[in-house]
Design a protein around this ligand. Structure first.
Ligand code: FMN
Length: 189
């Protein structure tokens, strides 16, 4: 698959078939992850591949925003040593995994890590030693149905040539609802 095709085809999959992902494919995904760029070339990452049904089910119950791990047949947990650019490095590795999985016809979903309240419990479940951050959990499996990428803002809305040009932003009603709720909770001073 061409790189640009993988970028266009990649989308979040949250429904999976009950069909295992071959070990070689999971290894290929981690191989793609470890080839990501990293600040100062420190490569702070480690990848825990979870395929055991029982462990996936525990993760699904711990990880409030990833209950669909109950269906996924694998999860690649991206960890980084707590270095200055851990989040950027780990995010680059995560995106490589998503694109490589798309190329293999696998479905994935990026599940949030470090900022979530479940991060310490997930690290504990996986016996991660102190000093590592949970960057992401990537659900992996064979998609149960065909789907497509969430609608994106248009190129002409996001591109600026030479300098930033302010222009009215198309409003997404979901974002508007969050902003409205926040402004009630935290009224401007
Ligand atoms: C940093 C990050 C954290 C995310 N966390 C979650 C998550 O915890 N649970 C989830 O279902 N999706 C999560 N997603 C997936 C997004 O919801 C998804 O990418 C977005 O809705 C756009 O859809 P698309 O991936 O099909 O383009 C996350 C994505 C990113 C980049």
């Amino acid at each position: 698959m061409k790189t640009f095709d993988a970028i266009e085809k990649r989308h979040s999959t949250r429904e999976y078939k009950d069909q295992p992902v071959p070990k070689e494919m999971l290894e290929a995904l981690v191989d793609a992850g470890r080839r990501a760029p990293s600040a100062r070339a420190v490569e702070p990452w480690e990848f825990v591949v979870v395929t055991d049904r029982g462990r996936l089910d525990i993760l699904a119950s711990l990880v409030s925003t990833g209950a669909f791990l109950k269906q996924a047949t694998a999860c690649i947990v991206v960890l980084c040593e707590d270095v200055k650019y851990f989040l950027e490095d780990g995010a680059a590795a995560t995106q490589n995994i998503l694109l490589a999985a798309t190329d293999l016809g696998l479905g994935t979903c990026w599940i949030a890590g470090d900022k979530k309240e479940y991060a310490p419990d997930a690290l504990k479940l996986l016996d991660v030693p102190p000093g590592y951050k949970l960057v992401s959990l990537v659900a992996v499996g064979w998609p149960a149905k065909s789907s497509h990428q969430h609608k994106k803002r248009k190129l002409k809305e996001v591109i600026h040539w030479e300098r930033f040009v302010e222009r009215p932003r198309n409003k997404d009603p979901r974002i508007e609802r969050v902003l409205e709720a926040n402004s009630k909770l935290f009224p401007p001073k």
